[in-house]
Design a protein around this ligand. Structure first.
Ligand code: FA5
Length: 342
């Protein structure tokens, strides 16, 4: 039996020395150290041996077993190391290769423009508020000096909400927020309100049925038309360039007195006249004026003490001017070829 163990030992070590794959190591372990291996069988049969022999054989069998076990551990470490090195060599990363481009999303050109507009007004001390898209007749018209049957209602082709409660509509402009703000706040007030507005209109290259406006409102003592002009001049030039010309002309809105419309010289033709500006050289971007005393009075603000200006800016016109976009409908047709340019 001692001889048998010696043979086993030599054979096992010989085989082990030729192994180079981790899988083969496991097979080797099963073969020489497993439950059915020679060493285990010798250990099992010890009970049948006479005492003297049992001691000798038992000691030798345990020696062989632990010798094989420690060689296995050693070999395992070597095989794994060699494997790791060759794997590292084969799968080496070439860090000088150019990376794969990651396609990132970006904000919509109108969102970008809104951000810029808000930043400019914020830097002038205006606070930003938002209001509901579904409005009451009262805020959209009535409180703005446009009672029922007033012809000015024709200026705003209105989308009415069909519901149990009468007098609900999709706001046709952001001006109702002037009322909501003045209801809740006392002067001094300096706010802007960006938001969506809706009109029941046939769309064309410069008119959408849903578009964005930014409303502005300032109420304080001694606010004059000169403050309105100064603020809007500064705003237009900061947004569109110091060389821009800004034109103020009389206009009519029932909730302001006097009312003005503001246009800037067309960026596409520099005022010469082109398709974008309808060959006038100017593009109208907003309506504005001094808050009507009757509007103030209804909100318990004394027009003898306080005065204010308000404006409503059409947002889409700004990027149209800037980038020479000739059709407003491109913004909302979800064409990525268009949107990806911004
Ligand atoms: C108004 O909506 C008034 N609320 C503006 C105002 C506010 C006046 C405060 C006085 C005081 P108007 O309908 O002109 O006014 O619209 C304002 C701007 O919105 C226009 O100058 C234009 O730039 C833009 N706009 C009007 N209709 C459309 C449309 N269908 N599509 C895209 N932009 C439009």
């Amino acid at each position: 039996m001692l001889e048998q163990l010696q043979e086993l030992h030599v054979q096992a070590l010989d085989e082990l020395s030729r192994i180079s794959e981790p899988d083969e190591l496991e097979l080797w372990r099963v073969r020489y150290l497993g439950r059915k291996s020679g060493v285990t069988q010798v250990l099992r049969s010890l009970a049948t041996l006479p005492l003297e022999e049992r001691r000798k054989v038992g000691a030798r069998a345990n020696e062989v077993k632990s010798a094989l076990e420690s060689r296995l551990i050693e070999k395992k470490r070597i095989v794994e190391e060699v494997h790791l090195i060759s794997a590292l060599e084969q799968k080496r990363l070439d860090v000088t290769l150019p990376g794969r481009p990651v396609s990132t999303g970006r904000s919509h050109p109108i969102t970008q423009t809104l951000g810029e507009i808000c930043d400019i007004f914020k830097s002038m001390g205006f606070q930003v508020f938002e209001g509901p898209d579904v409005e009451w007749d009262y805020y959209n018209f009535e409180a703005l000096n446009i009672p029922r049957y007033h012809p000015a209602r024709d200026m705003f082709a209105t989308l009415w909400i069909d519901s149990e409660m009468e007098g609900r509509l999709l706001r046709t402009h952001t001006s109702p927020m002037q009322i909501r703000i003045m209801e809740k706040t006392r002067p001094p007030i300096r706010v802007i309100i960006p938001g969506r507005v809706y009109r029941y209109e046939a769309t064309d290259a410069t008119h959408e049925s849903m578009f964005y406006q930014v409303e502005g409102l300032a109420v304080d003592e001694n606010i004059t038309l000169a403050d309105l002009k100064g603020t809007l001049f500064e705003f237009c030039r900061r947004l569109l360039g110091q060389e821009r010309r800004v034109r103020f002309r009389c206009d009519y809105f029932p909730f302001v007195e006097p009312g003005v419309e503001v246009a800037i010289d067309c960026l596409a033709c520099n005022g010469g006249g082109c398709r974008l500006c309808g060959y006038t050289g100017w593009i109208e971007i907003l309506g504005a004026g001094m808050v009507h005393p009757d509007v103030l009075r209804k909100l318990d603000i004394d027009p003898e003490v306080h005065s204010g200006f308000a404006f409503g800016l059409g947002v889409e016109r700004i990027p149209m001017l800037r980038y020479g976009i000739e059709d407003i409908r491109l913004f909302y047709s979800n064409d990525l070829r268009f949107l990806k340019q911004f």
